[in-house]
Design a protein around this ligand. Structure first.
Ligand code: AHG
Ligand code: MN
Ligand code: MN
Length: 328
C-alpha cells in the first residue's frame, strides 16, 4: 500500500516487485529518466535569468522553429539516458532519424521515444510546458532500426510526462494505473501526490484551437457547436501546451481536440511522441483517446514523425465526438 509522500523511486520499486519477470533493468532506466526530469525542471525554472529563452535559429524535421530550451531538454535526455545500458536506441521529436546509442556504451532492450519540450511556443511567456515520453521494447534485440519504433501504442511498457508548472509533476503509467508525483524542491525528490488518478466519465471542459474552426470538417464543427449549448455548462480552456491542457482535463474531466482538418489532413500532433503516451495515461485513468474513427493505441505507425488527429479525455466526451466525427 502506497502512502502519500512516498518517493517516485520507492513507488516504482514496489510496483516492479509485484511483476515476477521484472529484473530491475526497467527500474534502472526509469531512474535515469527521473534524473533527466529534475535537470530539465531546474533549467526551465531559470528561464529568464540565463540565456535559454528564444529561438535557436533552426527548424526541426516538421518545419517548426526550434527553441533553445527544446535543444537543452533534448540533449539533457540523450546525455542522461545513453550510458545507462538499458536502451537499444532513442527517438526524439526534434531529431530527424532515431538516435543510436553511442558505441562506447552498452545497449539494452528498451526504446525511449520523447517530445523533449512540449508547448515550446509558451516558454518565453512563462506558461507551463512539459516533457512527454513513451517506452517500448525493441522486438529485434538491441540492434534497433526505424521499424522497431513503429509499434502501435498498445505495446508501450510505460508512458508519462513531466509538467513544469506551478510545481513540477511527474505522471506515469506502466499499465497499472496512472500515478502523479510532485517535485519537492527542498529534498529534490518527486513525492507521491496523486495515486491512481481517475478522470471523470463526463467533463465540463473542452480544449481546442478554435481559430482553426473554419478548416474543421463538418463533424468537428457540429461536435464543438453542441458543447456550446449553454444548458450543458461546458467551459472552453486552451493553454496551447498539450501537456498542460491534458493534465488539467485529466484531473478535472474534459476533452482535448486537435483534429485533422481541411488544411492539415493528418492532424498536427505526433502519434509516437504525444498521442500514444497520453492515450495510455488517459486509458489507465478510465478515459479514452481516439483519432475520431479509431482508438489511438491501435494505430500502427508507418513513420517516426507521423502526425495524427487526436480527441482525448473523458470517456463519454470522446464517445460523443466519435459519433459525430464522420458526419458530412
Ligand atoms: P511542441 O511544442 O512539442 O511542438 O508541441 C506543440 C503542440 C502542443 O503542445 C499544443 O497542444 C499544440 O501544439 C498547439 O498548437 P496550436 O498553436 O496550433 O493550437
Ligand atoms: Mn509537443
Ligand atoms: Mn516539442
Amino acid at each position: 500500500m502506497a502512502t502519500v509522500g512516498m518517493s517516485l523511486t520507492q513507488f516504482l520499486l514496489e510496483e516492479q516487485r509485484n511483476i515476477p519477470e521484472s529484473k530491475g533493468s526497467f527500474t534502472s532506466l526509469f531512474n535515469d529518466l527521473v534524473v533527466a526530469a529534475k535537470i530539465i525542471s531546474r533549467e526551465v525554472n531559470k528561464a529568464g535569468l540565463i540565456d535559454i529563452l528564444g529561438a535557436a535559429g533552426t527548424v526541426n524535421v516538421q518545419g517548426e522553429e526550434v527553441q533553445k530550451l527544446d535543444i537543452l531538454a533534448n540533449d539533457t535526455i540523450v546525455n542522461t539516458m545513453e550510458h545507462g545500458g538499458q536502451l537499444a536506441a532513442m527517438a526524439s521529436e526534434e531529431v530527424d532519424d532515431f538516435i543510436p546509442i553511442n558505441k562506447k556504451y552498452p545497449r539494452g532492450k528498451y526504446l525511449l521515444l520523447f517530445d523533449p519540450l512540449d508547448g515550446s511556443s509558451n516558454i518565453d511567456v512563462n506558461i507551463s510546458v512539459g516533457t512527454i515520453f513513451s517506452i517500448l521494447k525493441c522486438r529485434t534485440g538491441n540492434d534497433a532500426t526505424t521499424e522497431d519504433f513503429l509499434q502501435p501504442g498498445v505495446q508501450q511498457v510505460c508512458a508519462g510526462y513531466i509538467l513544469y508548472g506551478s510545481s513540477t509533476m511527474f505522471v506515469y503509467s506502466t499499465g497499472h494505473g496512472t500515478h502523479g508525483f510532485t517535485l519537492d524542491p527542498s529534498v529534490g525528490e518527486f513525492l507521491l501526490s496523486h495515486e491512481n488518478i481517475k478522470i471523470p466519465d463526463d467533463g465540463k471542459i473542452y480544449s481546442a484551437n478554435e481559430a482553426n474552426a473554419e478548416n474543421w470538417f463538418p463533424g468537428t464543427q457540429k461536435y464543438i457547436r453542441g458543447l456550446k449549448d449553454r444548458s450543458r455548462g461546458y467551459k472552453s480552456r486552451y493553454v496551447g501546451s498539450l501537456v498542460s491542457d491534458f493534465h488539467r482535463n485529466l484531473l478535472r474531466g474534459g476533452v482535448f481536440v486537435y483534429p485533422s482538418d481541411k488544411k492539415t489532413k493528418n492532424g498536427k500532433l505526433r502519434l509516437l511522441y504525444e498521442a500514444n503516451p497520453l492515450a495510455m495515461l488517459v486509458e489507465q485513468a478510465g478515459g479514452a483517446a481516439s483519432t475520431g474513427t479509431e482508438r489511438i493505441l491501435e494505430v500502427t505507425p508507418t513513420e517516426l514523425h507521423q502526425r495524427t488527429s487526436l480527441i482525448i479525455g473523458s470517456k463519454n466526451d470522446v464517445k460523443e465526438a466519435e459519433e459525430l466525427w464522420s458526419e458530412v
